[in-house]
Write a protein that binds this ligand. Sequence first.
Ligand code: CTP
Ligand code: CA
Length: 224
Amino acid sequence: ARGAAAAADLAGRHVVISAGGTREPLDPVRFLGNRSSGKQGYALARTAVARGARVTLVVANTGLADPAGADVVRVETAQQLHEAVFKAAADADAVVMAAAVADFRPARYAAGKIKKKDGEEPAPLELVRNPDILAELSAARPKPGQVVVGFAAETDDVLANGLAKLTRKGCDLLVVNEVGEHKTFGSEQNEAVVLAPDGTRTPVPYGPKEALADVVWDLVLQRW
Ligand code: CTP
Ligand code: CA
């Protein structure tokens, strides 16, 4: 953790962070969702505020209180997150995609609650792809010199999958952590390795999500 005397080394910078997990509605009462707690994104927001940045936090479905000093935008779906992140990214010096974005959404939304009928099998659920916000941002870079950071949760072949993903997305940094039933999701602690396209690997030992957040900002600073 950084001391109270730490410099406001992000002063004059605008950073955008997405946090939480998107929900893709099936009907007015049901959705497809994921287990992201949003805690890592909030830790990124708190540390960036503490280091003097102007912070826009785009939040998808967390029960967490707004962090002091950040501009908070709330969304539900991946498409809404896409719109909100691109809007905020127009003048952002860095964008960190900590949110878990649904890769697919139901092809159709039922305006009324879906009902079952006696003796009838359920219809298969048809899904369509959502936009890849991180890949699109990495390609677009709405503000010149903008640093784009992704997160990847992997259950197997963590490093190999992380490196392939970094290349595929085209981002500047990819924070990779290993997840499983009892790891990371919802917990207060995190262990990760931060990968860069030049082959640099920055391991971050198991510890509070603020510590990982501070390492991310240190690496972003290096790239500005
Ligand atoms: N991401 C995104 N838009 C999506 C999906 C993912 O911006 N539609 C971002 C996430 O916020 C994260 C990064 O991409 O920062 C990696 O997400 P991940 O789900 O690990 O990557 P995918 O390419 O969706 O790969 P996978 O098939 O393993 O889910
Ligand atoms: Ca995914």
